[in-house]
Design a protein around this ligand. Sequence first.
Ligand code: C2E
Ligand code: CA
Ligand code: CA
Length: 425
Amino acid sequence: METTQLEAVKQALAVAGSSRLGLLLLHVQRRRQIQAHLGLQLSERLQGMLAERLQQVLRPDDRVLTGALDTEIMVLLPDLLSPGHAQMAALRILREFDQPVEIEGHTVLLGLTIGLAIAPDHALAGEELARAALLALDEAEREGQRFAMAVAGTASGLRVEDLRRALLENEMTLAFQPQLDLRSGQIVAVEALARWDHPELGDIAPELFIGMAERMGLSTELTRWSLNAALREHAQLRRQMPELGCAVNLSPKIFGQSGLIEQILGALRLWDLPPRMLTVEVTETAVLEDADYSGWVLAQLHAAGVDISIDDFGRGYSSFSYFKHFPARELKIDQLFVTQVAADESDLRIVRSMIELAHNLGMRALAEGVEDAQALRLLTEMGCDRAQGFHIGRPRPVGAGLEGWSPVPSGSESASASESISYPP
Ligand code: C2E
Ligand code: CA
Ligand code: CA
């Protein structure tokens, strides 16, 4: 960090008064290779382009401050309503730069890591805030994560004890988001999504506490909790809709643990759900870390009748070795390609190919991130099997009931219900 950047932090803090100020530090992992590859001049242009694109995914009042080529990029987020909003900003940035960027005929993949610190949650003064963000960045890099939140003093804003307590004492809740069958126009399943409303910090983004659970060795507890809570609450929904399926996310770190299969099958028996009505969603990282073992686990689950869905397809490096390693029933097309499908011709082509790919491999295609009627119509026309997204229904607690989910919403009213975190607000 440079002195000018530090000065900017101090000024922003002075202006912020008692409101929350977030500080993101962005590190380009592949900076050296990129500089060597592009040369100094183009690298500088790249830095400028990066700053512009950052500004586009942020709110108008957020400030991007780049320094010399080899310093971290800094982003100031004034007037945050909760730490969750800063997390969302970080995730937006990561998503935006998941894909390689083009500059003068060169294609470069940046590989971003982000450290986040918030005043007054993690630090009060400028230098302290900057240091907290740097430490968070260090931690993310050390742990091979793409994002980490700061540590206040030595205790993190979010403490492991908090997470453990939340899991054991039911401080966490679940939201269910509907999945629509595009042929019948019926809601056929729901995905269970974890929610954590921390007593002091407010809503915490799932990506953050799930990452934390993984780092802190709490994945087993998290999976146990989310499976049981999902099946228990889903049983309530099934009273109204007996054929409603349930999709549960499996945490990447879970595959190394023994007893996973028994745990899942046990939960199914306990809540009396036929295996065919459960879908487990897995991501690329989960599967590819230890492809042989996780493949074996998934094959066992498949043999027991559980469906397997490949989540976030297209987001990472989506290698075809997925399909060699285990029998998946569903390809879940990442929202990255779906949200803009009506506006962006190349997204449309990609989505069409992914639907075809799924069908060629004997899988159904599910598109997530359907945010408007036009996208829904296009997906139906392209023969996509299922869809999920704000236009069809936002994630909601079971207590909210099924009203408004079925039949298919015709306008955009269904997308207006408030969700726990939106960014920008
Ligand atoms: P995911 O599995 O890809 O879940 C979909 C995410 O997209 C959810 O975010 C959902 O709220 C959001 N979403 C749904 N429809 C739309 C839409 O139309 N537009 C946009 N922009 N977003 C939409 P959420 O709930 O914040 O969850 C984030 C991630 O956290 C999930 O991504 C999943 O990877 C993880 N996660 C959530 N709950 C659990 C859990 O119980 N266990 C595990 N292992 N992971 C979980
Ligand atoms: Ca999922
Ligand atoms: Ca997904």
